[in-house]
Design a protein around this ligand. Structure first.
Ligand code: UTP
Length: 279
């Protein structure tokens, strides 16, 4: 059973400056909830109750958000405003939260390796909270992936088809189809130019990783941009054993940039806020 979910949240969020100068990108509100709360809710819905967050300097708001504010609780006790806190109270009562700091921002692979002491030697999920994933028609994306993990017992990465002109924003995979929306990964390239991309199947911010990934990251040299890329370690894992890419059911919004963030805001306003499902 997978119980742990790691949230790498130490990045600088430069695409969202100046908003992210003194505030973590993961705390940007989509309508009335910060991005990371959507991610933790998705994790809890998938049965993942041990939440580990990799933070960095200037990210203390994350820890405060997943804690009780006694003054606030006292202030709104017995008023109709209590309904606003129902969702976050559920997370606090059903999940545990632990934190570690990444002291140098050396990339996503390095951030995941920084989380190793919180994860230990067991399979775990990774959520990049700035990718907001929703599925109005059934299981959340992590739930879909946990089910697949229980079947295949190997690393599962979420993919989606992207505009071929935009492959340079993603890790891109190639592989053989082994089932509906499922591929066994044979090749993986980080941010390829469209003419070099092996497909238009792009990795997005949801992973289930087996713990051998940690040693593979350790052996990974800095790649594109001087960062330790998770894609390089995943490529080794695919060569050694098995990595499955899954074209998930649902929608994903890239909230790390203005366009996706606005789309997510409109979507959540229509589908959650206006329908009373936002708390
Ligand atoms: P991104 O590249 O999307 O995030 O990393 P970023 O660096 O914060 O944003 P930009 O590109 O400058 O706007 C993907 C995820 O990995 C985390 C980020 O917080 C984000 O959730 N990350 C990235 C780390 O935790 N540490 C790092 O060193 C790099």
């Amino acid at each position: 059973m997978i119980k742990k979910c790691l949230f790498p949240a130490a990045g600088y969020g430069t695409r969202f400056l100046p908003a992210t100068k003194a505030m973590p990108k993961e705390m940007l509100p989509v309508v009335n909830k910060p991005l990371i709360q959507y991610g933790v809710e998705e994790a809890l819905d998938a049965g993942l109750t041990e939440i580990s967050i990799v933070t960095g300097r200037g990210k203390r708001a994350l820890e405060d958000h997943f804690d009780i504010s006694y003054e606030l609780e006292n202030q709104i006790k017995g008023t109709d405003k209590e309904k606003y806190l129902v969702g976050i109270r559920r997370l606090l009562s059903e999940c545990s939260f632990s934190y570690t700091r990444q002291t140098e921002m050396k990339g996503l692979g390095h951030a995941i390796l920084t989380g190793r002491p919180l994860i230990g030697d067991e399979p775990f999920a990774v959520v990049l909270a700035d990718d907001l994933c929703v599925n109005l028609d059934g299981d959340g994306v992590l739930t879909q992936m946990v089910k697949l993990y229980n079947q295949y017992r190997c690393t599962i990465i979420a993919i989606q088809e992207v505009d071929p002109a935009e492959t340079n924003k993603y890790g891109v995979i190639a592989g053989e189809m082994i089932g509906d929306d499922l591929y066994r990964v044979r090749n993986m390239v980080e941010k390829p130019a469209p003419e070099d991309a092996p497909s238009n199947l792009a990795i997005i911010g949801r992973y289930i990783l087996t713990p051998d990934i940690f040693d593979l990251i350790k052996q990974t040299e800095p790649g594109k941009g001087g960062e330790i890329q998770i894609t390089d370690a995943l490529m080794k894992q695919a060569q050694n054993g098995c990595v499955i890419a899954y074209k998930f059911k649902g929608q994903r919004f890239d909230c790390g940039g203005a366009e996706g963030y606005i789309e997510a805001t409109n979507f959540c306003f229509e589908n959650f806020y206006k329908t009373g499902k936002a708390y």
